[in-house]
Design a protein around this ligand. Structure first.
Ligand code: HEM
Length: 472
């Protein structure tokens, strides 16, 4: 039955709806922090957060509490993001509100606040980031390819000549030398030069271990800051580290250079090297066409989608920065009815994000073929996967050295696989010992494999000559 409504009754109806809506809003519980482990009064979850391999705890919590979890440390809320969609929504699409960094007091002592990767989102960070972007963006990074090709070839040659030297040392020389040449325009570093001007492998340890929220006593108990700030004695270790770092960077700038490259990029970029520690013809491997006879170059990579798939899988399966770098919410954010309060630390749980089952089936398995389609070409990356390179972080803070790092890895993997077959070393019974893929070291921010041995078998009897002819 049709009942015509007068204007007056419509207005009354409208008011009635409005009153109900307001009442409903009033009675709705206000959004809460995402779920998480129960903590203790005052200290919250402080004792449950390990200082080493913290990502393993985050993985455990993400399995228990879902893609958005939270915990508190002495009243400081920390939100853990463990899915690619939530990371995309919160850190990419809301990046105008989530691009700040936590205040890291010890790190500020170590670096005299001159470290833009961990700086607050202010004018210092903006200027440094712009300068670094100009020199390291995807197009600019191409000019370093000749250095990267040469450095990979040097690594292959060194491995051939010095199989007795620990493989980790070869890899460290390789990534340090690229940074040394690209950023400061110096000569390649020699594997046997123990007095090389670059910092030793563990030099950045204090920096990285103080780069995780709560990574030092003064960050856990910030009320100690005035005391420490006044006392040079209490800051003596930080000051000594700063002096060493400063001397290194001044030397790096002032030593004679080959050509001048990127002197203006702030030193922090150097630290990035520590993390490194298709197309129409896709589907062809280096040895099933004419290119297989010589060491691969960048121009060959478009024909080698397997190499790109392997690099993607290495970074997905064993992300070197498994807890990313923490962001901070600059205002209250409501996400899926949960509150991420202003000032909350937001941690991208990269290890879990890289295993997000909606993107990667059987995420614990190492399977580069997941990135290839039925024709052997690189598949179209799914939404929120950052072209299947989720390891480089999010939003306005995304890694500035991404292109440099990817190119370094692509050419190194291509050349190593062209040069060698990889085997485990032989055990006493003649069996092959496969290194344990879950044996890690970490320094807070980055994770790398514990020492292990690999047996490299040259794929060509005349490998050395082939390398020599590539060098000339
Ligand atoms: C495989 C190698 C690398 C990985 C996995 C990696 C990963 C990351 C991650 C996760 C972040 C934080 C992103 C975020 O906050 O969401 C980051 C930031 C950064 N990375 Fe890298 N990185 C690598 C190599 C490099 C290299 C080679 C450089 C320098 C040449 C570099 C320089 C930086 C800088 C300066 C930042 C700070 C950006 C900012 O706060 O604005 N990284 N990186």
């Amino acid at each position: 039955m049709y009942v015509p409504l007068s204007l007056g009754s419509l207005v009354l109806l409208g008011i009635a709806f409005a009153i109900r809506a307001i009442a409903a809003i009033r009675t709705q519980p206000s959004p809460q922090l995402p779920p998480g482990p129960k903590g203790l009064p005052l200290i919250g979850n402080l004792l449950q957060v390990p200082s080493r391999l913290v990502f393993l705890k985050f993985v455990e919590w993400s399995k228990e509490y879902g893609p958005l979890a939270s915990y508190t440390v002495l009243g400081q809320p920390v939100v853990l993001i463990s899915s690619a969609k939530a990371a995309g929504d919160i850190l990419d699409r809301l990046s105008s509100k989530t691009s700040d960094r936590p205040r890291l007091i010890k790190l500020a002592y170590l670096t005299h606040s001159m470290e833009f990767a961990f700086a607050n989102r202010g004018s210092f960070w903006r200027t440094q980031r712009r300068a670094a972007h100009e020199s390291l963006n995807i197009r600019a990074a191409q000019k370093f390819q000749p250095i990267q090709e040469e450095e990979s070839r040097i690594m292959v040659e060194d491995l051939l000549r010095h199989p007795d030297i620990d493989i980790a040392k070869h890899i460290y020389r390789h990534s340090s030398s690229i940074a040394w040449r690209v950023l400061y325009g110096h000569e390649a570093i020699d594997l046997r030069d123990d007095k090389a001007q670059v910092p030793s492998e563990n030099f950045f340890e204090p920096l990285f271990s103080s780069a995780i929220p709560g990574g030092s006593i003064v960050d856990i108990f910030p009320f100690l800051q005035p005391l420490i700030s006044r006392s040079r004695f209490l800051r003596r270790h930080s000051e000594a580290w700063y002096e060493k770092a400063n001397t290194f960077f001044i030397n790096a700038h002032t030593r004679p250079q080959v050509p001048v490259h990127l002197k203006h990029i702030f030193e922090v970029v150097y630290g990035g090297h520590a993390s490194i520690s298709a197309n129409s013809h896709c589907g062809q491997s280096p040895d099933n066409d004419h290119r297989g006879a010589r060491i691969p170059a960048f121009e060959d990579l478009e024909h080698l989608p397997q190499v790109e798939a392997i690099v993607k899988e290495i970074l997905r399966w064993r992300p070197p920065t498994p807890t990313g770098v923490a962001h901070v919410a600059e205002e209250d954010i409501i996400y899926n009815n949960y509150l991420i309060p202003k000032g909350a630390v937001i941690i991208p749980n990269t290890w879990s994000i890289c295993r997000d089952p909606s993107l990667y089936r059987d995420g614990d398995a190492f399977d580069p073929s997941r990135f290839l389609d039925e024709k052997g070409c690189i598949r179209k990356p799914p939404p929120d996967s950052h072209d299947d390179y989720l390891v480089f972080g999010h939003g306005r803070r995304i890694c500035i050295g991404k292109s440099l790092a990817m190119n370094t890895l692509l050419i190194a993997v291509a050349q190593l696989l062209w040069a060698f077959d990889f085997h485990g070393v032989k055990g006493e019974q003649g069996n092959e010992i496969v290194p344990d893929p879950s044996a890690f070291w970490d320094n807070g921010v980055t994770v790398w494999p514990k020492p292990h041995q690999v047996r490299l078998v040259p794929r060509f009897p005349d490998l050395f000559e082939r390398l020599k002819s590539a060098a000339t």
